[in-house]
Design a binder for this molecule. Structure first.
Ligand SMILES: Cc1cc2nc3c(=O)[nH]c(=O)nc-3n(C[C@H](O)[C@H](O)[C@H](O)COP(=O)(O)O)c2cc1C
Length: 198
């Protein structure tokens, strides 16, 4: 199969992207202060190593921008939580569309904990949470969504996932998003000798 990208509609392009870029890590984002919004975003990566800066794409709903991007721009802060695979049902359920006045965290009974550097709370029971200060929203095209970037100002890492001062992937048990409502968790880990200069 060969596809000329210029012939594709936005929906067709999305289908190829979510099938090609897999598995994707998932930013489970808390935003807002009075009402704490919670939503997963798998168009997620880091964009700078030092300072650590994270980014994810928030697509537009038909008629309005999503609560997450509205909150982040309004408050100037957010938290990227990383779920272990035990939290998959809650993570999936938190993508439900709720009115901006309702909290997905509260609806799902997920405990929050205060952050240290930002006003937005983090999820208490995740293995990793990264407190972020909002940096920018970048729009690359009218149909491409909004790429939100923040700088990590503090990390919370559960002692149980740390070995020798590093985050131990086996203990973290991260989730990956596939196309559609499908996920993967950690499979076989293969370790190879380092490549000189690599
Ligand atoms: C695992 C997962 C990953 C998702 N990734 C994205 C994404 O990268 N971008 C996006 O706009 N929506 C994504 N969604 C959908 C949003 O989570 C969903 O639209 C949510 O209701 C947005 O919440 P908000 O309006 O409270 O910000 C994803 C949903 C799931 C379940």
């Amino acid at each position: 199969m060969h596809v000329d990208a210029s012939t594709l509609s936005p929906a067709e392009t999305y289908r190829l992207l979510v099938g090609s870029v897999v598995p994707r890590p998932i930013a489970w984002v808390t935003s807002g202060v009075d009402v704490v919004n919670l939503a997963p975003f798998s168009s997620f990566t880091w964009v700078s190593q030092h300072p650590a800066m994270l980014g994810f794409t928030v697509n537009r709903r038909a008629d309005r921008r999503k609560d997450t991007v509205l909150n982040i721009e309004e408050v100037g802060e957010f938290v990227v939580n990383i779920a272990g695979d035990d939290l998959l049902p809650a993570l999936h359920a938190s993508s439900e569309f709720l009115d901006r006045s309702e909290s997905e965290a509260e609806r799902l009974g997920l405990a929050l904990a205060p952050s240290s550097h930002v006003r937005v709370p983090r999820l208490r029971d995740v293995p990793v949470a990264m407190e972020c200060r909002y940096h920018s929203t970048n729009v690359f095209s009218p149909t491409g969504g909004e790429f939100v970037v923040g700088t990590v100002v503090a990390w919370h890492i559960a002692d149980e996932v740390v070995s020798d001062g590093r985050i131990d992937t086996d203990k973290l048990r991260p989730l990956g998003r596939l196309a559609g409502p499908r996920y993967t968790s950690l499979g076989t880990i293969t370790e190879l000798p380092p490549v000189p200069g690599g």
